[in-house]
Design a protein around this ligand. Structure first.
Ligand code: AMP
Length: 420
């Protein structure tokens, strides 16, 4: 059997990379006072399939199924809607005026798999729910920058834009449709449909001809309401104070429909990254909480793709992982000594050493090979001599020095050799 299309296994040899990345993500979230939240990987379909959400990701790429109780369920394609559902259902708005949460976990989208694009992929995402503040937006963007810096990634840029509040967007949409209508016949089939259902999405089109047309289209930034324009200028001011290295990209709209005002993206400018160069992104959303049944509440969030971050770390060669090692490996010459070596093993583990032994009683050479592969610092060797005299031989694999000592002195000797 093969794994399902668009999925991958994280094998023991690769797990350290994931744990490394996850730890840095957790540390930075904790540093900015975000708490972890874990919501289900499937929700009732209505959580994602909302009337206002017409992005391809939600309308075309979700895994939908019925359970045996005939309920409509959807594997989460993104993290935000589920977190907001939990926020509303658990009335977390009663507890404080701002909830800051982060999450690391899988999402599912039926997309065409390629490098950096999978059907099951993992995101580090966070949400700050409850307050509309340009300072808070700046802080979230600053945190993204700090995350990237902590990882040691150099060739990464942060792009930001404002798509304005509802009023700005209504004005903009009218201008956009007026501009695009004369080009209607030249647009791709998808964009022809979008022109009626969701014109903003046309700005995201990957079609060459569409892109030609879009180049001279009006830009959201020119249609901002006074409030949105002031908000954006305030954000830029705070970003400067926070020393965030950003570019304003007036074409940026992001892939989901719930955003308003601030949107941003973190892009890898790394060779061979191709179209999958967006490491993460996010923005502010004003209506999602009320759409999911809560009070009118504004929030901001972002999500990074873990797989793409790992590619970036590898491409920039900044993944400095410590090698695994074992404190002690016990080499046992004969099955008859098993009880003896097991007592050594137990004693060492009781003293918190990382220990393993060979379960095969194969040749010394083969056990030694295994010990070295595991990077064992110390070998404890039990042969006839040692067994018959209640002794053990302790060999330091680095200095290659070895001594034969009484069994009782084992822990003392190990402590001396390892320094802990
Ligand atoms: P989005 O939720 O679409 O804004 O995506 C946020 C981030 O998740 C992107 O920048 C990618 O790094 C990552 N991402 C989105 N879709 C996929 C996918 N199919 N496979 C791998 N990573 C993805």
């Amino acid at each position: 059997m093969n794994r399902a299309k668009g999925t991958y296994d994280v094998l023991p040899n690769d797990i350290k990379k994931w744990q490394y990345l996850e730890n840095i993500a957790k540390n930075i979230a904790t540093k900015y006072n975000f708490s972890e939240i874990r919501t289900p990987i499937f929700e009732y379909s209505g959580v994602f399939h909302r009337e206002s959400e017409l992005s391809d990701m939600v309308t075309k790429e979700t895994y939908n199924f019925k359970d045996k109780g005939n309920r409509d369920l959807t594997l989460r394609p993104e993290g935000t809607a589920g977190v907001i559902r939990a926020y509303v259902e658990n009335k977390l708005y009663v507890e404080s005026d701002l909830l800051k949460v982060y999450s690391i976990g899988p999402n599912f989208r039926y997309e065409r798999p390629q490098k950096g694009r999978y059907r099951q992929f993992s995101q580090f995402s966070l949400e700050a729910i409850g307050i509309k503040s340009a300072l808070l937006d700046a802080e979230v963007i600053k945190m993204s920058q700090e995350f990237i810096e902590t990882l040691g990634l150099k060739n990464v840029s942060i792009e930001i834009n404002s798509i304005g509040d509802l009023k700005s967007r209504e004005n903009y949409l009218e201008a956009l449709v007026n501009y695009l209508t004369p080009f209607k016949e030249e647009l791709s089939n998808d964009s022809k449909e979008r022109l009626i259902k969701n014109p903003l999405r046309i700005l995201d089109s990957k079609d060459k001809k569409d892109q030609e047309i879009i180049k001279d289209a009006p830009k959201p930034i020119d249609y901002l309401s006074v409030e949105s324009s002031n908000y954006f200028n305030e954000l830029l001011k705070y970003l400067k104070i926070f020393n965030v290295n950003y570019k304003v990209n007036n074409q940026l709209v992001r892939g989901l429909d719930y955003y308003s005002d601030t949107v941003f993206e973190v892009k890898a400018e790394i060779k061979d990254f191709g179209a999958q160069n967006v490491l993460g992104g996010g923005g502010r959303y004003d209506n999602l909480v009320s759409e999911l049944g809560g009070p009118k509440t504004s929030a901001i969030g972002f999500a990074f793709g873990m797989e793409r971050l790992l590619y970036a770390l590898e491409a920039e060669e900044v993944l400095n992982l410590e090698e695994d090692s074992l404190d002690v490996f016990i080499i046992n010459f004969s099955k008859e000594f098993n009880l003896y070596t097991t007592s050594l093993l137990t004693e060492l583990r009781n003293n918190n050493y990382f220990v393993d032994l060979d379960f095969t009683n194969k040749s010394f050479k083969s056990q030694l090979k295994k010990a070295l592969k595991l990077n064992a610092k110390i070998l404890v060797i039990v042969g006839d001599e040692e067994f018959n005299n209640n002794m053990v031989t302790v060999k330091n694999t680095k200095t290659e020095e070895q001594t034969t000592i009484k069994k009782d002195e084992l822990i003392k000797t190990i402590k001396k050799e390892l320094g802990y």
